[in-house]
Write a protein that binds this ligand. Structure first.
Ligand code: F6P
Length: 359
């Protein structure tokens, strides 16, 4: 067997652990492994396909990022090409991807990615490429798996950051509003907000009314607790309104989220008259060393993907169905976004602790 591995979309802590597990598990079976750099772009680049062995993946389990590089602009079905006139046009290079894989003698591609990358993998599988998917995203918004790797590290990073906000908020008697990632799912905001005892958590699944959040803040002041922490998911939606977007387009060509925290901070300051500051934690949530939980999950995902390849279980992703790994068809895996159930016990527990969801 000769297999390939690539990492696509936004990076997530644990990618390197997946790469290591795949390479070691394959090597022990006597297989060859190559890595494709920068998603699928490496197939079209000088030096973009690299042999991987035990030595090349030594000492990377604890490292953030990905040794293979990644891109969230690398859709071979919509590949941007600059013409002689400088104009960029979009071409379909998917058949070239399949052809290059054949020419390289690849028996199976292990595609590590979030919903965008797994959707591409599903389309390539439809064109005959043998693919096994590994679910990755800090957003934890893939319905097929109980959890994606990278999520718990992002939650830890966000929790540590919010912990630090408490003391400065208290010193200055301020409202601190922190915007967290997660696209249109509130997992990171809910988990980090709950762990770091935020006073209000605004998630896309529960449209908020700012007056309700303002009332929560006023109630803290009334009790002599003269500071407040408000966690806002980047995809948070006001009642009757829409999520906050930046003017520029995102990497996939869709609208780019941004400004949710600032919008909430401005509104709260106007309503309460209390000094309010906002910050965006941003890509810090994607960086750094994976915590033990994510390393373990990533190593398990990688080893399981090689088992799938061995038994010819292509067109599937490896999904965690605790305590086991199970196979979910690629097409099914990308069908539904996993969002926070609004009646979930963690939401109810947070409400029981007095957390406002702005509803
Ligand atoms: O999907 C992961 C993620 O970090 C989202 O939480 C965020 O909205 C997006 O990627 C940011 O993407 P970019 O790296 O293009 O800024």
């Amino acid at each position: 067997m000769r297999i390939a591995i690539n990492t696509g979309g936004g990076d997530a802590p644990g990618l390197n652990a997946v790469v290591r597990a795949v390479v070691l598990a394959a090597e022990r079976r006597g297989w060859e492994v190559v890595g494709i750099r920068q998603g699928y772009d490496g197939l079209f680049m000088e030096g973009g396909v690299v042999p991987l062995d035990g030595a090349s993946v030594s000492g990377i389990t604890h490292r953030g990022g990905t040794i293979l590089g990644s891109t969230n602009r690398g859709n071979p079905f919509r590949f941007p090409v600059e013409g002689a006139d400088g104009a960029v046009k979009v071409v379909d290079r998917s058949s070239e991807v399949v052809g290059r894989m054949e020419a390289l003698g690849i028996d199976c591609l292990i595609a590590v990615g979030g919903d965008g990358s797994l959707r591409i993998a599903a389309e390539l599988a439809g064109k005959g490429l043998k693919v096994v998917g590994v679910p990755k995203t800090i957003d934890n918004d893939l319905d097929a798996t109980a959890v994606t790797f990278g999520f718990h590290t992002a939650v830890q990073t966000a929790t540590d950051a919010i912990d630090k906000l408490h003391s400065t908020a208290e010193s200055h008697r301020r409202v601190m509003v922190v915007e967290l990632m997660g696209r249109h799912a509130g997992w990171i905001a809910l988990f980090a907000g709950f762990a770091a005892t935020a006073d209000a958590i605004l998630i896309p699944e529960i449209p908020y009314e700012l007056a309700k959040v303002a009332a929560k803040i006023e109630s803290r002041w009334a009790k002599g607790r003269e500071f407040a922490i408000v966690v806002v998911a980047e995809g948070a939606v006001p009642q009757g309104g829409e999520a906050s977007y930046l003017d520029e387009l995102g990497a996939g060509g869709g609208r780019r989220l941004g400004g949710a925290g600032k919008r909430v901070a401005r509104g709260l300051e106007a309503l309460t008259g209390k000094e309010t500051r906002s910050l965006v934690l941003g890509h810090l949530q994607r960086g750094g060393r994976p915590i033990a939980y994510d390393r373990i999950l990533s190593l398990r995902f990688g080893a399981a993907a090689v088992e799938f390849a061995e038994r010819g279980q292509f067109k599937h992703i490896v999904a965690l169905d605790p305590p086991y790994m199970r196979a979910v068809p690629l097409a099914e895996a990308v069908r539904k976004l996993k969002t926070v159930p609004t009646d979930w016990d963690m939401v109810r527990a947070a409400r029981a602790m007095g957390v406002s969801f702005g509803d």
